[in-house]
Design a protein around this ligand. Structure first.
Ligand code: HEC
Length: 174
């Protein structure tokens, strides 16, 4: 029974990943139907491979870099000032080094990815997408992948968030 459900869970994720590839952009995550957050097995069976696919499919690599070591240059496409306030966004180092997410717990990472809240309970800049619908399987696969890839020692400057104005600006969800 357990083995069967695991197989189903993995198959659903593979299908979702495949369809997302086929359709280009976000084709929705059919894996969520079989891998609801409440199903602990989906966290247990998280895999590095699924994480590797997810960071590309979810475009984490577009901002955090191919090796996910973050960026020392500002995120392009964001105005230098918004409402007269300076804005500087540096996608942080997500590798397992202490200059990256090495000291973060798996749970804190899942919260940051889903809710945009960091490990000190501070809101991340809204440009960091909130993947609020992400299943346990996918989010913990990403965490496993981040723990697995080579550590990069890189001190990325702290971002200066734009002034928050409306709820919409704050809560971009996917
Ligand atoms: C549009 C660009 C963009 C995309 C896409 C993006 N991020 Fe981010 N991310 C950022 C920025 C900018 C920050 C820093 C925000 C801040 O410091 O307030 C950030 C912060 C984070 C943090 C907190 C790290 C820290 O040290 O504070 C984590 C974890 C994270 N991102 C993971 C991810 C993952 C995983 C994905 C894909 C599922 C992803 N991000 C996609 C731009 C992005």
């Amino acid at each position: 029974m357990i083995a069967w459900r695991r197989a189903l869970c993995a198959a659903a994720f593979a299908a979702a990943a495949a369809s997302a590839w086929a359709c280009g952009e976000d084709a929705g995550d059919a894996g969520d139907a079989e891998c609801p957050r409440s199903n602990p097995e989906c966290k247990e069976i998280a895999t590095v491979e699924a994480g590797a696919q997810a960071v590309v499919k979810r475009r984490c690599v577009d901002c955090h870099g191919r090796d996910l070591s973050g960026s020392l240059t500002k995120l392009p496409g964001v105005a230098d000032t918004i409402q007269g306030e300076p804005v500087e966004l540096y996608p942080p180092n997500l590798t397992n080094d202490e200059t990256g997410i090495g000291t973060w717990s798996d749970e804190a990472l899942a919260v940051a990815i889903r809710s945009g809240i960091d490990e000190e309970s501070q809101a991340l800049c809204p440009q960091m997408t909130h993947y609020s619908q992400m299943s346990d399987f996918e989010v913990y696969s990403i965490v496993k992948y981040l723990r697995d890839i080579p550590k990069v020692r890189k001190n990325v400057p702290r971002s200066v968030c734009p002034p928050t104005k409306t709820k919409e600006q704050q809560g971009s969800t996917r």
